[in-house]
Design a protein around this ligand. Structure first.
Ligand code: FES
Length: 98
């Protein structure tokens, strides 16, 4: 899974003329780490987009995957249960009702 780490440095200081004019905060350093949420679904595409006409749904209730782990993506195959147990996450499908 791809990830990116950025280090952002910033600072804070107060201008003159107030009671805080001699106060200077120490520069802060924050680490921002971004990770891809899609481990391996349709990685050859720039953006994974699916559209469905609700009137075309064959079942009264159709679950769509939001965890990016389904073997039948974009449909949910229950893989989120294993993912949630392994990671402590709480993702589940989007349910479309006819
Ligand atoms: S398999 Fe991804 S939400 Fe169910």
């Amino acid at each position: 899974m791809a990830s990116t780490t950025s280090i952002i440095q910033g600072g804070f200081s107060c201008g003159g003329g107030s009671a805080l004019s001699s106060f200077r905060a120490r520069p802060r350093r924050m680490v921002v780490r971004a990770e891809a949420v899609n481990p391996d679904i349709r990685k050859d595409e720039t953006k994974v987009v699916d559209s469905v006409l609700v009137t075309e749904l064959s079942k009264p209730l159709t679950p769509y995957c939001r965890c990016w782990r389904s073997g039948t993506f974009p449909l949910c195959d229950g893989s989120h249960v294993k993912h949630n147990k392994a990671t402590g996450d709480n993702v589940g499908p989007l349910l479309l009702k006819k």
